[in-house]
Design a protein around this ligand. Structure first.
Ligand SMILES: NC(=O)c1ccc[n+]([C@@H]2O[C@H](COP(=O)([O-])OP(=O)(O)OC[C@H]3O[C@@H](n4cnc5c(N)ncnc54)[C@H](O)[C@@H]3O)[C@@H](O)[C@H]2O)c1
Length: 429
């Protein structure tokens, strides 16, 4: 390994097994030619500012002691405190948390929020632990990372397998250690602890707002537009409801229980009620079950992946006949599928822009906690729409200016903002 101090690869990563961090580095390489003089600072983006690995020892309910690996990575704080979720998953690695923290830097800058990027995680399958064990794990983890988080330093939030209860434990632990109640240390809290109205549906609402903007650019009226959605949970379910209410026809949805189709439009409110009652869409009325392959091949104006990563891949991208893809999930499109769809002329609105509604209302939660003054839900939705529309317009105009995809344009916009802040702040000391 080179000893060149400008070498992009930190020695704590294995060069032959870079994991998700390698994908992120490739994305940075792709935008570097568009950064002009700011490219001088690009190495900043290729190294997380701070990566903390902690041991989380906990007594289990059966009296034995278990140790878990915990992480908190602050990728960049040039534009403000770190912001990003905490994931509980058995596959969490340093590389994954690094990449997710970097994507948070890009997302916050793409929508112009005054945050840097951060992410945390504990390597465990939470389904194997009791409520009381998870509380002890969360509290010890929070204590271990406590000296680098804080309302002005780095503000965690829920992510995969963590929720409002996890945030309440984190907020309480941090507050106990500080000796003062600090609601602004985390977002995604219960409303009773300073959580924000509108947070639960913010990501789906953002997907809807961005979807309307992209449809307008593609010359598609929302009234009567066909919409296909993968994932019928928080993001996909909310987006489905809002498109349905706006007069679009949600013709198919897919979740982990199957896929349903109705060419005249599904009864979205009834299907939401059915999914809430039964845990999935399977068996929903007034719709035909269809295969996975048929689902992806449906002719539609809008396609919204809102489930898992890598769902649109080299194996199904060819069959996709959507005019616009709005990425509600994080990383739903593989780079190969991205190239296939772009070559076909499909407009893809990238995740860092399309699903930024959640972090935007997290920002509102943080602001409300600071001022201890809480806004109405309609104020929150109105402000969310304003930020999402402005972000879409900025990215779309960069895409036109440089003749690049919206994904590259979002990275150009975000990386330029981050590196401008880096440059004007200068290096300390
Ligand atoms: N919730 C947020 O605020 C937020 C913010 C930004 C990004 N996201 C991303 O959006 C995506 C969805 O998150 P969510 O909060 O809606 O989660 P969720 O758990 O509420 O819903 C997930 C949905 O995906 C479906 N699903 C799971 N496995 C599937 C499979 N194999 N095939 C088809 N469908 C499957 C589930 O049935 C469910 O309908 C994730 O990628 C998440 O990272 C969420």
């Amino acid at each position: 390994m080179s000893e060149n101090p400008n070498h992009a690869l930190p020695s704590y990563l294995h060069p032959e097994n870079l994991g998700p961090w390698g994908v992120y580095l490739e994305q940075v390489e792709r935008v570097t030619p568009y950064l002009g003089k700011l490219a001088k600072w690009v190495e900043t983006l290729k190294r997380p500012k701070r990566a903390l690995i902690v041991d989380v020892p906990v007594e289990l309910d059966n009296g034995t002691i278990a140790h878990f690996e915990g992480y908190r990575v602050q990728h960049n704080t040039s534009r403000g405190p770190g912001k990003g979720g905490v994931r509980f998953h058995q596959d969490v690695t340093l590389s994954e948390v690094m990449a997710l923290s970097a994507w948070m830097s890009v997302k916050a800058a793409a929508v112009n929020l005054p945050f840097g990027g951060a992410k945390g995680g504990i390597r465990l399958d939470p389904h194997n632990y009791s409520h009381a064990e998870l509380e002890r794990i969360t509290r010890r983890y929070t204590s271990e990372i406590g000296f680098i988080i804080g309302p002005n330093k780095d503000i965690p939030a829920p992510d995969v397998n963590t929720n409002a209860q996890t945030m309440a434990w984190m907020m309480d632990t941090y507050s106990m250690n500080e000796g003062a109640t600090a609601t602004g240390v985390v977002t995604g809290k219960p409303i009773s602890l300073g959580g924000s109205l509108g947070r639960v549906e913010a990501t789906g609402r953002g997907v809807f707002v961005i979807g309307c903007e992209a449809a307008r650019d593609a010359g598609i009226p929302i009234e009567g537009a066909r919409v296909v959605i993968q994932g019928f949970g928080n993001v996909g379910g909310t987006a489905a409801r809002l498109f349905h209410e706006a007069g679009a026809k949600v013709i198919a949805v897919q979740d982990h229980t199957g896929a349903l189709h109705n060419a005249h439009g599904l009864d979205v409110p009834a299907l939401l009620a059915h999914a809430a009652e039964t845990g999935g869409i399977a068996g929903g009325a007034h719709a035909e079950p269809i295969s996975q392959a048929d689902f992806w091949a449906l002719e539609t104006e809008l396609l919204i992946p809102a489930a898992l990563e890598s769902q649109i891949h080299a194996g199904n991208a060819d069959s996709i006949r959507a005019k616009v893809v709005i990425e509600g999930a994080n990383g739903p499109t593989t780079p190969e599928a991205d190239d296939i769809l772009t070559a076909k002329g499909t407009l893809i609105v990238p995740d860092v822009l399309a699903n930024a509604g959640g972090v935007t209302v997290s920002y509102f939660e943080w602001v409300q906690d600071f001022s201890s003054f809480f806004w109405t839900e309609s104020e929150i939705n109105h402000r969310l729409e304003g930020i999402m529309r402005a972000a879409y317009a900025a990215v779309a105009s960069v895409a036109v200016e440089h003749k690049v995809s919206q994904r590259t344009a979002a990275f150009i916009t975000a990386c330029t903002r981050i590196l401008e802040a880096r440059e004007v702040r200068g290096l300390y000391p």
